[in-house]
Design a protein around this ligand. Structure first.
Ligand code: COA
Length: 385
């Protein structure tokens, strides 16, 4: 039985900044951001949006009466949780008006947990092929104003249906997971911004990619030319290039150049949105499917990485109806509006964060289908439009 990704949809915020403007404000050469790091724009998060509203917005695009009837489980993969106890999946389930007879949980391991969620979902579908599992990878990447990581912030969610007879990608049985106890990026419970050793993290990512890919090739007997393309976790687009070049080295043959071209196609959306943490690999996959040279029957590799650290390399076969089962990311990105760096800084500093008092946000400037209206008696208040 084929099991894999049946449909995919993306959502981000309605605001963005131009990184050349940010570079000017920070006194940095814009080429460092656009070429050195490889990012052009960054999603800006108003206080009225969080992983629940973004996750619900992405998932809503996938729901039809038939899908809703088959849903057994919602798994939200995130490292931007809004509660240390209650799962964001429960809030999302409520906002989407889904049946109460559904399992709803949240999963965490930095940027890796979206992949764990997909693998666990495969297991559930293998036990009962009638079930569909909704996996939502939603995050807000927040490093802080004027920090080296600021240029690699971003926000958004990718929602995926995992089912039998999938329409987008049939996941192949072999996958290689690799985990080690490392401190390259983490966020203590008292912090709203991540702590990152960026250079160290970059080295670990490259090593994990080499390790997991090598083991995958040994186990399957496949070679690099068996892949039409490889999608990478993209905390910033240069990271994928470092991973791929770490394996290709000086190769200049047709296979190596095809993988380089496909990497460029997979980076198109990340360049416009920034880091989605758990969703980045899957936005990269959507970008590869919508902007790359991909046809049904092609094998794609997927490299997932989460700091702390865990990596996984696995593969899937592109399905005939893949193009019609992806949301229109280009349209979503074109519909956003640009804000100034001053506005971005003001929005950055007006998040709910660790506040304990009651808060009521002004909702006039947010037209999104789901909004965070504020906090009352230590409870987040959401609204569905
Ligand atoms: N023109 C073109 N490129 C330039 C440049 C310019 N004017 N100035 C610098 N660069 C290049 C550098 O050569 C470097 O390229 P390289 O990495 O290929 O060598 C790149 O831009 C970054 O410059 P660097 O000085 O290393 O930047 P930094 O010290 O500000 O840190 C990060 C960059 C990425 C480490 C930092 O933004 C960070 O920590 N981000 C978060 C990391 C992360 O997401 N970790 C999780 C991984 S999964």
């Amino acid at each position: 039985m084929k099991i894999g990704i049946d449909r995919m949809a993306f959502a981000t915020t309605d605001q963005y900044i131009e990184l050349t403007e940010l570079a000017e404000k920070r006194g940095v050469d814009p080429n460092k951001y656009t070429i050195g790091i490889g990012q052009d724009r960054q999603a800006v998060v108003p206080p009225t949006q969080d992983i629940v509203t973004l996750g619900a917005r992405a998932a809503k695009k996938l729901l039809t009466p038939d899908v809703t009837r088959r849903l057994s489980t919602i798994i939200v993969a995130t490292e931007s949780g809004i509660d240390n106890s209650k799962a964001s999946a429960i809030y999302i389930k409520h906002l989407l008006g889904l049946d109460d007879y559904i399992r709803a949980v949240e999963l965490k391991e930095a940027c890796y947990s979206g992949t764990a969620a997909i693998q666990f979902a495969r297991g559930l579908v293998a036990l009962n092929s009638q079930e569909t599992v909704l996996v939502i990878a939603a995050d807000i990447a927040r490093y802080g104003l004027n920090t080296p990581g600021e240029v690699t912030q971003g926000a958004g969610a990718v929602a995926m249906l995992i089912s039998a007879d999938p329409h987008v990608l049939a996941i192949e049985p072999t996958s290689v997971s690799y985990s080690r106890d490392l401190m390259d990026f983490w966020r203590p419970l008292y912090a709203t911004e991540a702590i990152v050793d960026g250079k160290y993290s970059t080295g670990v990512y490259v090593d994990f990619f080499k390790n997991t890919l090598t083991r995958y090739l040994q186990r399957t007997g496949r070679r690099l030319d068996d892949f039409a393309g490889i999608a990478f976790h993209l905390p910033f687009t240069k990271m994928g290039k470092k991973g791929l070049e770490g394996v290709l080295q000086d190769r200049d043959d047709a296979v190596a150049n095809r993988l380089r071209d496909q990497l460029t196609a997979s980076q198109v959306y990340c360049r416009q949105v920034g880091n989605l943490y758990t969703g980045s690999l899957y936005l990269g996959l959507m970008s590869l499917l919508q902007n790359g040279q991909v046809k049904p029957g092609d094998r794609l590799g997927l490299f997932s990485y989460g700091s702390g650290a865990e990596g996984e390399f696995y593969s899937g076969i592109v399905q005939p109806a893949f193009a019609e089962n992806l949301s229109d990311v280009k349209e979503d990105l074109a519909d956003r509006h640009r804000v100034s760096i001053d506005e971005y800084e003001q929005l950055f500093n007006s998040q709910l964060g660790m506040q304990t008092a009651d808060v009521q946000f002004d909702l006039q400037n947010d037209d999104a289908p789901f909004v965070l209206a504020g906090q009352k008696d230590h409870q987040r208040i959401y609204q569905r439009r």
